[in-house]
Ligand binder design. Structure first.
Ligand SMILES: Cc1cc2nc3c(=O)[nH]c(=O)nc-3n(C[C@H](O)[C@H](O)[C@H](O)COP(=O)(O)OP(=O)(O)OC[C@H]3O[C@@H](n4cnc5c(N)ncnc54)[C@H](O)[C@@H]3O)c2cc1C
Length: 411
């Protein structure tokens, strides 16, 4: 059955996907007075098998949107220390005042969707968008069905794909990709109780990365990344191989052996690296739909928040005629890329698992003796200091030339 709608039912924006990218986009547009329809095939609370450590830059946006306290209230501890352990040396610190937090997606995404609704967006859960409605090459709406199976079409001035890596919107409009890099890694993770940790730790051991961070309800997430060529061998004995790799960090492995695993092993085996052109006639992309990168240092949620903010500003500029919409959306792409490209490159480089260059070894040796600059290094990872600023040759030269200065006691 097709439901007929009249022209008055044209939304300002339809957002497909109500997680880290879609809900903030819908929320910010609704707060500006736009009529927004937010469509999500899942029903909340709903988990996704992906990491969820939010960097300081993402936490800053949660605070700006008044949502950080709600995340804290979900029994999720703030994290004020970052560890980067290369085996030969370990760096630990955090820029002053910076906080990370790692709520499960089932918690975070529900808070974000609720915030979109509280701001005035109309949310339909359990709604599967099946195709775009087109007028020539312009997207003018969607067709899909809710839980009752009834086919509906909806119209909007812009349809926003916040629908993740395999974006239907991107496929329908054949959004061009660029800066595409090979997929390098795959990831497995699980959760433990009775394994309290207070920090976010990244342990690098040869061609493996082991991460540990606290999440909701006194559970700890332990995750691994390794080269995707090793996937078949890993899958032959997931539990055994998982524990074997964790065993590369003996002190962590000992604690894992005494802890209780509270969930099954979750694997992510398709981790591509690409950018998509994020807008065209009647459509836009945000979050993973618009750009996907290796999650080595965990940037995706913060990037999704940031691009949601940029996109909502661009659409508002266009709809309110402060700027032609096409121009505003082109600026959105430029600003997204300016922020994302350095981190994309940095994570891709780390995900090659190539040993650190001599320059990086020199840097790490200098950082190990300099707490202030170590904190700045974590600022670059967690988004409080731009990566190009920290890794600028003159800055690295300044840090490494201080190699022999006495180490400050602490900040
Ligand atoms: C292994 C791994 C670990 C990671 N770890 C971290 C980390 O620690 N920290 C971090 O910041 N980032 C991490 N990331 C990245 C991060 O999880 C993502 O970048 C982020 O969650 C993307 O959010 P999104 O809203 O763009 O997309 P998604 O979370 O994919 O949401 C898309 C939504 O669209 C909906 N949808 C799709 N198609 C349709 C349709 N046709 N109709 C209706 N609804 C639809 C889906 O149901 C889904 O809810 C990790 C990624 C991976 C792969």
């Amino acid at each position: 059955m097709e439901m007929n709608r009249t022209q008055t039912d044209v939304y300002d924006a339809i957002v497909i996907g109500a997680r880290c990218a879609g809900s903030p986009t819908a929320m910010l547009l609704a707060q500006r007075g736009y009529r927004v329809l937010l469509l999500e095939k899942a029903t909340f609370p709903s988990e996704v098998p992906r990491g969820h450590m939010i960097q300081a830059s993402g936490v800053a946006l949660l605070k700006e949107w008044g949502l950080f306290e709600r995340v804290l209230a979900s029994n999720c501890p703030p994290i004020s220390r970052f560890v980067f352990d290369l085996g030969s040396l370990a760096l630990a610190g955090m820029p002053q005042g910076a906080t990370l937090i790692a709520p499960r997606h089932g918690v975070l995404d529900t808070i974000l969707a609720d915030a979109a609704v509280a701001s005035g967006a109309e949310l339909r859960e359990g709604f599967l968008v099946q195709e775009m409605q087109m007028d020539g090459n312009r997207v003018i709406g969607i067709r899909g069905n809710g839980p009752d199976g009834v086919q509906v079409t909806e119209r909007a001035n812009i349809v926003i794909g916040a629908d993740g890596l395999y974006s239907l919107v991107a496929r329908a409009v054949q959004a061009p990709t660029y800066d595409v890099r090979p997929s390098l890694t795959c990831a497995y993770f699980t959760y433990y109780s009775n394994l309290p940790v207070e920090e976010t730790a990244i342990y690098v051991r040869d061609k493996r990365v082991i991460v540990a961070f606290p999440t909701n309800d006194v559970n700890t997430c332990i995750g691994l990344q390794f080269p995707r060529e090793e996937l078949a061998a890993f899958r032959a004995d997931i539990a055994g191989n998982f524990l074997h790799i964790v065993g590369l960090v003996p002190e962590l492995a000992a604690r894992v052996r005494n802890a209780k695993q509270t969930e099954r092993f979750l694997g992510v085996t398709d981790i591509p690296n690409f950018f998509r052109k994020p807008s065209g006639p009647g459509w836009a992309l945000v979050g993973d739909a618009g750009y996907h990168k290796d999650p080595y240092t965990g940037q995706g949620i913060s990037d999704a928040f940031f691009s949601a903010k940029l996109l909502a500003e661009a659409i508002d500029a266009g709809f309110s005629r402060r700027q032609p919409l096409e121009e505003a959306l082109a600026a959105y792409e430029q600003q997204r890329n300016a922020q994302a490209l350095p981190s994309y490159e940095f994570n891709y480089q780390l995900a090659t698992f190539e040993p650190p260059s001599r320059e990086m070894q020199h840097l790490f040796a200098a950082l190990a003796r300099n707490q202030v600059e170590t904190n700045n290094f974590f600022g670059a990872i967690s988004g409080t200091i731009p990566i190009p600023e920290f890794f600028a040759p003159a800055n690295l030269q300044r840090i490494t030339s201080q190699h022999d200065v006495p180490v400050p006691a602490s900040e």
